[in-house]
Design a protein around this ligand. Structure first.
Ligand code: SDX
Length: 426
């Protein structure tokens, strides 16, 4: 039996259907609201608005629950590598052993970019932010693959998706190396996705990674480093209808090129209120500099007249611990000695956490550490500079964006995004 909501406006009663998903809150279907009532609904920031239906990621903010295609994030990070998660998001099922090898192999061969990209990156000033370079390069990809994706052709979706997932790490490494003014390193098809990214950051021209000349054997990228970064990519893979995914869907709704939509998503993610927070967390810990200064900055964060915010704290959806933060915190503890994490930054971070989790201001507002609070210390230990942190988020999230893009394109009822306004002008 369909449930109906009735709304009374100026003595007139209107009825609107209530829709129920497989998980999460029910939704009030107000698609006919303006036509029926002549009024708009009002929800800046979309705090109470479902913009679409989706089968990709489910979040329960009260319980601190996150699932990709129904699988709990805890199980996925424990048992699977990042490329298997990509396969799951793209195909709605985990790969068999053969499918996993085939997908891995495909992405290794798609990791290369047109030689023209070297001229593009050399055109940037060395001081350019890697996110500025990365979003430009991804937009440029639509010039090299201008053929519009035929949305009725499954194999085209697969090619278009595999291509962008495989090329983003290469483009991110080009941005990093441009910043240093050093020659590029081509992808190594003998290395798995995550190891290959670290290799493209670290290797010397010719592909050598000797730490010193009397080390004849190549300096290996350790399994623990690959596992740490692979876990970080998985934790960032998708996250429902966040600001950058909403941007990607909005661009998808106009019929623009998918790589133009991904570039728009990269720019939305760059903001410090969103994915840019991971870089700001480390900058903030360095600014605080010493545990003795933590109280001063906590007071600033609580001061309504001070725009200072505790970066890495708070979330629109999680009103409990971000489950990704819990996994990263555990990973931090595991890696503390193995990766020689910066104990000074860790000490400041733990002090912030101890105080904030017991302070009325944060408790009342359900402000908990989010994913960005913990990722930076691990990335720093992997030798990744903080201005590259949000490009790491991009590498992890690209599969989520492109999966949401494909889901939007397959929705026969999807419409161009075109909200209205409450006009206060003359
Ligand atoms: C990501 O949406 C996603 O899923 C994003 C993400 C993903 O995977 O895609 O999870 C990734 O973006 C994580 C969030 C990273 N951003 C930060 O860490 C930046 C710091 N946090 C915030 O600026 C803030 O918490 C947001 C942007 C994350 C959430 O903002 P909301 O939901 O709009 O909450 P709000 O700004 O309305 O704040 C509610 C109250 C306010 O106080 P009052 O006006 O009620 O007195 O909480 C306060 C805010 O001032 N507040 C903070 C705070 N965050 C919120 N006060 C101090 N420090 C903070 N960090």
């Amino acid at each position: 039996m369909k449930s109906i909501a009735t709304i009374k406006i100026d003595e007139k009663v209107y009825e609107f259907p209530i829709l129920e998903g497989t998980r999460g809150p029910k939704v009030l279907d107000i698609r006919s609201f303006y036509k029926d009532t002549g009024m708009f609904t009002y929800d800046p920031g979309f705090t109470s608005t479902a913009s679409c239906n989706s089968e990709i990621t489910f979040i329960n903010g009260e319980k601190g629950e996150l699932r990709y295609k129904g699988y709990p994030i805890e199980e996925l990070t424990e048992k699977y590598k990042y490329l298997d998660i990509c396969y799951l998001l793209l195909n709605s099922k985990l790969p068999t052993h053969e499918q996993s090898i085939e997908f891995d192999n495909e992405l290794r061969h798609r990791a290369f970019v047109d030689e023209g990209f070297q001229s593009l990156f050399n055109a940037f000033p060395r001081t350019a932010h890697p996110m500025a370079m990365l979003s430009s390069a991804v937009s440029a990809l639509s010039a090299f693959y201008y053929d519009h994706v035929d949305i009725s052709d499954e194999s085209e979706f697969a090619q278009m998706s595999g291509r962008i997932i495989a090329k983003i790490p290469t483009l991110a490494s080009l941005a990093y190396r441009r910043g240093l003014g050093i020659p590029i390193i081509y992808p190594d098809i003998d290395r798995y996705f995550t190891e290959n990214f670290l290799y493209m950051l670290r290797a010397y021209p010719g592909g050598k990674m000797h730490r010193n000349i009397n080390e004849k054997a190549d300096t290996k990228i350790s399994d623990i480093e690959v596992k740490a970064l692979d876990t970080i990519f998985t934790l960032h893979a998708d996250h429902e209808q966040n600001a950058s995914t909403t941007t990607v869907r909005t661009v998808a709704s106009t019929g623009a090129h998918p790589y133009g939509a991904i570039s728009a998503g990269i720019n939305a993610l760059w903001g410090r209120a969103h994915g840019g927070a991971n870089e700001s967390v480390i900058a903030q810990l360095e600014l605080i500099g010493n545990v003795k200064n933590v109280d001063k900055y906590i007071a600033k964060a609580k001061d309504p007249d001070d725009s200072f915010r505790l970066m890495g704290f708070g979330h629109r959806v999680y009103k409990n611990f971000d489950p990704r933060a819990k996994i990263l915190k555990k990973l931090q503890d595991q890696l503390k000695d193995e990766l020689n994490l910066d104990s000074r930054l860790l000490e400041i971070a733990h002090k912030i956490e101890d105080i904030a989790l017991n302070d009325e201001y944060f408790i009342k507002r359900n402000l908990y550490p989010n994913i960005d609070f913990y990722s930076g210390v691990i990335l720093t230990a992997l030798g990744i500079p903080k201005n590259m942190f949000t490009t790491i988020f991009v590498i992890g999230r690209t599969v989520g964006w492109i999966s949401q893009w494909v889901e939007f394109k397959k929705d026969k009822k999807a419409k161009i995004a075109r909200p209205r306004q409450l006009y206060l002008g003359l």
